[in-house]
Design a protein around this ligand. Sequence first.
Ligand code: HSE
Length: 286
Amino acid sequence: MKIRVPATSANLGPGFDSCGIALSKYLFIEIMEESDRWEILHELGSEIPNDESNLLLRVALKLAPTLTPRKIRMYSDIPLARGLGSSSSVIVAGIELANRLGHLNLSDAQKVDIATAIEGHPDNVAPAIYGDFLITAFDHEHKQTYVVKHHFPECNIVAYIPQEQLLTEASRNVLPKTLDFSTAVEASAIANVMIAAVIKGNLPLAGKMMQADRFHENYREKLIPHLSTIRQICEEEGGYGCFLSGAGPTVLAIVPPEKADKICRLLHALETNAAIEQLQIDREGV
Ligand code: HSE
């Protein structure tokens, strides 16, 4: 039995803690034979546990504590702590593992509620579960998540993925505790137009709004020195817009297909150690 969970990019600029897309990088879990103990075979580095202390099994065994132990193979090309939803992919895989082996019959909505309670916000876990473009809201008081899935218009996505990791916590610590009323009104209006433009298929307007975020990117820019350079290249070369992927440090540029190769070449020419990749939207989710 195999489980495949896509990478995700949260926020899309102004959709902070709310919007996300699923991307064509994946965590793969292969569930193998029963064993006398849980064992995860992986080559993801010695810091990733291979026993029940691994996040995958912590999530799965909380949902289905009586599962018979198995050997599990785990592969991932989602880099850790780069803003591409690596921890969400493991949480979603853990839920799916419990769901399938424990015959829990969870609906997608239930999976999102469980995953959001663990992750704290739904903007990565919801697209990892549903695929494509998700607009979400989390009601903290009632612990309920509301989601709307919509087709993201066809486009190319260029990812600038630095070698250096940035922990979400560090990237959230630079955010203000409050926003003044007029900034909040403006930030919310920008997010509304971004979402409406995506739904209408108007990527030039959506891209403009993605770059106009008032919630978080200005505060995070000091941690992401390459953001303004990539923005400039994207603007000069006819990209629709670019934004910090989740809490960073990856930056995504949404571009017309005919512009993608040149934008990639210019990003390569920056001579950093970052990986430059062209990604697609994953339309299916887990
Ligand atoms: N919305 C979150 C953030 C995504 O930007 O901090 C990272 O978990």
